[in-house]
Design a protein around this ligand. Structure first.
Ligand code: 3HC
Length: 308
């Protein structure tokens, strides 16, 4: 007994403090579910305006959650969770005593590598780093850090809208340690999510299957085979999808989908993904060029009322 208790390895430190970089839709959602699960959260971005926007997203979403969970005290419920979220534009301060960093900033390999390279120097040695990238190689991002940190580095891919979508993909690189994977699994379960494991391959699981389907739907319209409305109705009522492909494209953002396809086109050169899946699509490029990006810009395949 005695022998066992002295030689047993110390229990892995639990994640209590989470730092989220990027206060956009994904980052705000991740900060929110972290705070809802009782973690102390620091949300960081480069401008006060971005942080303010992030807090607005969180407040709106929390009042939606509160309507169901605490209909008699929506404000009390919301402010109680907001208490768990601190904001700062100071990246070093944001990370100094963090147990887990989740990055959800722009999809630029250079900007992500610069951020993680900087954070590697500022964070505790035990801190786990995770990226929410949907289109870049997790390994290439992780290589901006020390070898020790690379063992504590993984992808943690959430889905939009983060508070409502249950899935999180945990992406392992060849360097990700089993302890890191297990800590990430634990924290995502604590957040009320359902984690799945995947290797560091283009699109991981969901996007690898979803994006070719979305692109093929656009090709179908381009060929004049059916309208976006009819395709959406067909997939909602015939395949049971909550949103047809065009509603989903507008929801995710046409720029995001186009960006993922573009990244894959480069990977197709080395045979990581088949070329046919990511042939350029004139209609998608045209809409993106015209700034018709979906819901967020007021128009994509459909038109939306723009909120003042
Ligand atoms: N904040 C908090 N809760 C929210 C929310 C938000 N922003 N949006 C929806 N919800 C909750 C609602 O409160 C409701 O909760 P309940 O079931 O407990 O009552 C539940 O989600 C369903 O919402 P609604 O009843 O308002 O509306 P719908 O039933 O139409 O669902 C939807 C909305 C969840 C968005 C659904 O249409 C859906 O699942 N759409 C598909 C979304 C999808 O596929 N996302 C993945 C995109 S791919 C991606 O993100 C990857 C990236 O890398 C590109």
């Amino acid at each position: 007994q005695r022998h066992l208790s002295t030689s047993a390895p110390a229990r892995r430190a639990q994640v209590e403090k989470l730092t989220v970089f990027g206060a956009g839709l994904m980052g705000a959602g991740i900060a929110q579910v972290g705070a809802q699960s009782g973690l102390k959260v620091v949300l960081s971005d480069v401008t006060d305006k971005a942080l303010e926007n992030g807090l607005n997203i969180i407040t709106k979403s929390l009042s939606r959650v509160a309507k169901k969970k605490s209909p008699d005290d929506i404000e009390g419920f919301t402010s109680n969770i907001l208490k768990n979220i601190e904001i700062t534009t100071d990246a070093a301060k944001a990370v100094h005593d963090s147990d887990l960093v989740i990055e959800a900033i722009i999809e630029s390999i250079k900007v992500k590598r610069d951020l993680f390279g900087f954070l590697d120097e500022k964070a505790k040695a035990e801190c786990i780093f995770a990226t929410n990238t949907s289109s870049l190689s997790v390994k290439e991002i992780a290589e901006s850090c020390s070898t020790e940190r690379q063992a504590r580095f993984a992808g943690l891919h959430f889905f939009n809208p983060v508070p409502a979508m249950k899935l999180v993909e945990i992406i392992k690189t060849p360097q990700t340690s089993p302890e890191t994977f297990e800590a990430l699994r634990e924290v995502t379960l604590k957040m009320g999510k359902a984690p799945v494991s995947c290797n560091d391959t283009p699109g991981f699981i969901v996007n690898r299957l979803l994006v070719p389907y979305l692109l093929e739907a656009i090709r179908m319209v381009e060929r004049g085979d059916a309208t976006p409305e009819d395709i959406d109705t067909a997939m909602e009522l015939g395949a049971g999808y909550p949103m047809g492909p065009f509603k989903l494209l507008d929801f995710v953002g046409l720029d995001t989908t186009s960006y993922i396809a573009q990244g894959w086109r480069e990977k197709a050169q080395s045979g990581e993904i088949s070329k046919e899946l990511v042939e350029p699509i004139g209609l998608l490029d045209k809409l993106v060029k015209e700034g018709k990006l979906g819901r967020k810009s007021g128009q994509g395949f459909y038109e939306y009322e723009t909120k003042k």
